[in-house]
Ligand binder design. Structure first.
Ligand SMILES: [Zn+2]
Length: 338
């Protein structure tokens, strides 16, 4: 497949870049005149307004002030969001289906083109863990939303329709394969904020889990241990639970920060400043040559992110899982030095 050909550059605050790409089909948005940027923006602001008006959202029992206070401590501003019960997710998917990836919306997401986040309220999970479990997801999505560095591609695709594709949000740059270069860092950043909400703001060192021992995870012949706070129980007896793909990247990011605490500050700077993105890559490579690239190339799946974090442990912690876990708990609760 050929690279999409860039035919016009975005300028100023305008995040849109135009492409001619007849090799791929992108979700159609079909603004009346795609070359008129106001039409494209109008398309998204109309869609945003429809979502807010038509999708049932409910913040009852969520402590939004606490989430806002926590994010503010890290210099992350609040952005608009909706909290949607599981049964109302299809209504959201119907609206955004044509223009965004409304992927398996089990936890939440951030619509970069509309600057709108959503979290999914799972009644069963909230019954087991409290509404705080949803607040933690909200901290995650709003952390994605903190990126002012984004670009959206508008492509005339195979079918002749105009479609949109997200090219960059924060650390993540998408390519045609949609593997998401930099997904490990973008998810790691959001997952880290989510986990710190749990361990710092909610003061739950073991997270929502009833256990305290690191969680051992076996995938094929790969073994990996993760601090307990990333694990969420899904049954009241604590026998069943899971950790998200992002949580594996988040743990990896914490292990980088443990080796160089200034990585936290450049990571936050990178949300709004392109210099921060460059400094972040440099600091990661300073820890081990080529490490940034090795991590950036991991597609967004649990197994890939686990393998990436294991790669960090191999390079920086002598391949010793227990040493890595100890570093993590030694520095917990993690204190921000700004
Ligand atoms: Zn995420």
């Amino acid at each position: 497949m050929s690279e999409p050909k860039q035919t016009a550059e975005s300028t100023g605050n305008n995040p849109y870049i135009f492409y001619e790409d007849s090799t791929t089909d992108y979700p159609a948005i079909n603004p009346a005149d795609p070359s008129d940027i106001r039409m494209v923006e109008g398309y998204y602001s109309d869609l945003r307004a429809r979502i807010l008006a038509e999708v049932r959202h409910d913040e009852t029992a969520l402590n939004i002030g606490r989430v806002a206070r926590f994010l503010d401590h890290y210099g992350i501003p609040m952005h608009e969001f909706i909290a949607v019960y599981t049964e109302d997710v299809p209504a959201l998917e119907r609206l955004v289906g044509g223009s965004e990836d409304a992927e398996a919306a089990t936890v939440g997401g951030y619509f970069s083109t509309m600057d709108l986040s959503y979290v999914v309220r799972n009644k069963k999970d909230e019954a087991v863990n409290g509404p705080e479990v949803t607040e933690a997801s909200l901290a995650h999505e709003l952390s994605h939303a903190s990126s002012t560095i984004k670009s959206v591609g508008l492509a005339r695709s195979q079918s002749g329709e105009m479609g949109s594709l997200l090219l960059r949000t924060g650390f993540r740059v998408d390519d045609e394969t949609d593997d998401g270069i930099g997904a490990f860092f973008e998810e790691g950043f959001a997952g880290l904020m989510e986990n710190r909400y749990i361990t710092e703001e909610l003061a739950m060192p073991n997270g929502f889990s009833q256990g305290s021992e690191p969680q051992r995870i076996n995938v094929g012949d790969m073994t990996y241990k993760q601090p307990r706070s990333y694990f969420v129980d899904s049954s009241p007896d604590g026998r069943f639970g899971s950790s998200s793909p992002a949580s594996h990247a988040a743990y990896g990011m914490e292990l980088l920060i443990a080796k160089d605490p200034t990585i936290l500050e450049v990571m936050l700077k990178a949300r709004t400043d392109i210099q921060g993105l460059r400094q972040f890559a440099k600091r990661v490579n300073d820890l081990s040559p080529g490490l940034y690239r090795a991590l950036a190339r991991r597609p967004y799946t649990s197994v890939n992110f686990m393998a990436a974090t294991n790669h960090i442990i191999d390079k920086l912690y002598d391949g010793n899982q227990d040493k890595a876990i100890e570093t993590f708990s030694d520095s917990s609760p993690l204190v921000f030095t700004k």
